[in-house]
Design a binder for this molecule. Sequence first.
Ligand code: ARG
Length: 596
Amino acid sequence: MSSIADHLTGVVSRAFEAAGLPAELGLVVPSSRPDLGQFQCNGALPAAKKVGAKPRDLAEAVAERLRPTGLFADVSLAGPGFINLTLTDAFLGERLAAMAADGRLGVPRAEPPRTVILDYGGPNVAKPMHVGHLRASIIGECLKRLCRFVGHDALGDVHLGDWGLPMGMLIGEVARRQPDLPYFAPASAENASGPFPDDSPVSMEDLEALYPAAAAACREDPARLEEARRATAELQAGRPGYVALWRHFVDVSIAGLRRDFAALGVTFDLWKGEADVHPLIDPMVAELKDKGLAEVSEGALVVRVARDDDKTDMPPLILLKSDGAVMYGTTDVATILDRMRAHQPHLVLYVVDQRQHLHFEQVFRAAALAGYDKRPDGGAAGLEHIGFGTMNGPDGKPFKTRAGGVMKLQDLIRMASDSAMARLDEAGLAEGYPAEERAEIARMVGLAAIKFADLGNHRTSNYVFELDRFTRFEGKTGPYLQYAAVRIKSLLRKARDLGFEPGAPLPPGDVERDLVLALGRLPDAVAAAWDKRTPNELADYAHTLAQEFSRFYNACHILSESDAVLRDSRLGLAALTLRTLERVLDLLGIEVPDRM
Ligand code: ARG
């Protein structure tokens, strides 16, 4: 199936062609003036420029060909030559029936399916996730679900920050605090290469305290920084004790992160990290030198990625610093190589803070220069940075706790469920339910509040974290949408109790028409959100659909309707709305309680 707008584009394109005009001008979109028509085509204006005629005359020529098709209740012209289209209810009814019968709700499956890697989340070992990681996780998870729904093979990779100087800092810090641990045995000692204990000498809480302490020490004391550098170099060179200790850091962190991500409803197919590409780096650097792409500049080894037509400064990508240290960009180029070898993706999306834009531009250019983005079929993988803005505090700066620190994810989630619980009380919802169920509802509502607030704006905008607003059941919020879905569930339950079953939806009448049109726009919303990687288009769609349902629900009788066929048809429409809303909410990562 295609969307109604796509279907009409086909019809109107053929009418353009029949009128001797370019078919590609027959694009039909939902109307910006619903009072004039349900859909519109503005192609007569550019057509007039092309053939040197009056746009209104051309529009009329097209309209004359559209009227006899029987699809339209009205074809009219407006302004200089806009064509307004209103479908017959019979046609809408057919579309509705087809959508209801389709497991994909009318959304066409992408052909051919592509392999897409989504790099998102991106937390760092031993550091708590900050709001940037939260946004990356929420947006990335939504894009992954969307990508799958569209029909592609999507792989989510957490791309852990588990390599580099922070690891050396941690090793140095532990070495000072517990110098007798076997990991630090000098190379000459007989136990220098193990065996090492299976249990980690540090817990997640330890790591969270160790890292800031180590970072502070390295900032203040150059000797400590030097120590950390040396430890990093030795770790990367494979010193067994350091590798064993580092493994504990990573494992302990991953266990904590898995919990955090599970609490958010975010899952990954790949738990890879920067360290995984370490073995690729030496040969890669050698190859880049061989190819003449890497050169020495001020002691560092760099790849020049600037182009003549660059409008802004494009510094070279640094592969190795003068001390030989591997950089963030080096691992990212090697990761492209690794991913191409392992999965041959057609597309890799990097859902990362837009402040890293320059970094990704450098990395993508370096990879393309080296040909690392080539697939076995000769095509190049699309490499896209999906940047996003910051979540700010009331002061307009990136969100922090009151104490000025990083808000832990668990604390944020707890705050959100508390606020959601208060809202439930206020609204008299979930009253008298068992405490456990109320807590579960509050958890879902709190998460919906956070996620919808994040996904509801265009991803590149910054937004202010206002929990009190996000958890409201009115307005454009996640809880409003959950409540809308729950209301439909409750309607369907009541109907069942009365012995009524949702039936095949009839062609719409005045009360149903706008809701049916909104349902029919799902494929457009999905396509727009995927093509532009803009979850907010799905969020907007869900909100409009919920509003249309609410209008429909207030405008007609359902359970008290005496015409049984009409009643069951409206129940069918309600059931289809619920399916559609739940489908979209699931893409947004929002769960719907059974009742509240
Ligand atoms: N760990 C990085 C950070 O905290 C994000 C990683 C993003 N992904 C990537 N391939 N560079 O900023």
